[in-house]
Design a binder for this molecule. Sequence first.
Ligand code: MN
Length: 405
Amino acid sequence: MTTESWVEVDEDAGFGIENLPYGVFARPGELPRVGVAIGDRVLDLAAMSAAGLVEDRRYFASGSLNAFMVAGRRAWRANRERVTELLTDPSYRDRVEPHLLPVADVELLRPFEVADYVDFYSNEHHAVNTGRIFRPSGDPLPPNWKRLPVGYHGRAGTVYPSGTPIIRPCGQRRAPGDDEPSYGPSLRLDFEAEAGFVAGVPSSAGRGVATGAFRDHVFGYVLVNDWSARDLQAWESQPLGPFLGKSFATSVSSWVVPVAALEAARTDPPVQDPAPLDYLRCDEPWGLDLRLEVLINGQVAARPRFASMYWTSPQQLAHATVNGAPLRTGDLFASGTVSGPERDQRGCMLELSWNGQEPLELPDGTKRTFLEDGDTVTIRAQAPTASGSRITLGEVTGTVHPAQG
Ligand code: MN
């Protein structure tokens, strides 16, 4: 049972009263501030606190979500309840309506300052496909894969907001069959469709964050495109992990969906066999029924299902902190490429074109092995709600521009 908002909402668009995601926006000539999306409007929380309608602790005029994210779960819940009340009780309409701005009239900015950025590799279908492509004769999964959530530290400074142009990276790569490496624009530019969670409340050095404490620290979820230059990556990642093939750009969606908005999306993750070590045990079901959609130039290329992720978010967080490295406000943890057992569920071109051997044909007849200059990649996702409708995680989009090196 959900109360309706007095704001007119197109339920199919997914920005209904059960979502209320946070973002940072600006209007021309004005400072950036925090807002909440409802329908095709953004509720200006800085103006709302100035008017005394929501609690003002200078969270919302700061130009990023970090000040609010550090405030913790009680503050997050109180604000969500208050905003819900203001947007559903018609008696507030006259006072709230002046602070509702059309999304079309504002610029959406990067919603939070990224502290550290970690990317996992937690989808079994993706890991098996990648293993088969690069190690056709061996076991596709390395022996540690079902024992711990494999990941690497990425580059926080190149996490860009949705819509930022993606300049094709240059670098060193060695073409198959060549003895010598060469330098030039990447010839195998790819996307990776992922979702990620954002930490709000820091943790203490020396102590890991237990799986049961996930909600005390994590503020919400975004969509992530982990742009990848496969040729640079394949040549440089021997024997260490991803470096320049990944660090040129990572894109995140404009809206951060609170963990509380995804309660109804929680589902049982795949069975974990062998049973993980104690610090990775998780008593609650933390699979998430997020249905992703990848579009290339507006054409649907894949529909990966996040529910197939082998390792859950609380397990990823417990693992990332188990060595005592403290969590910081703004830490971003991306899931790893979301893939699936069917070809149309694969979340990157490497898998969709099987490393270029099987070009992907889009609905309009165009074919792709990897991304071409001018291509626009958009990832969007929906999740179920308690009332049976759906909410959206918005979208993350980026267009490939020619190399400049
Ligand atoms: Mn990735």
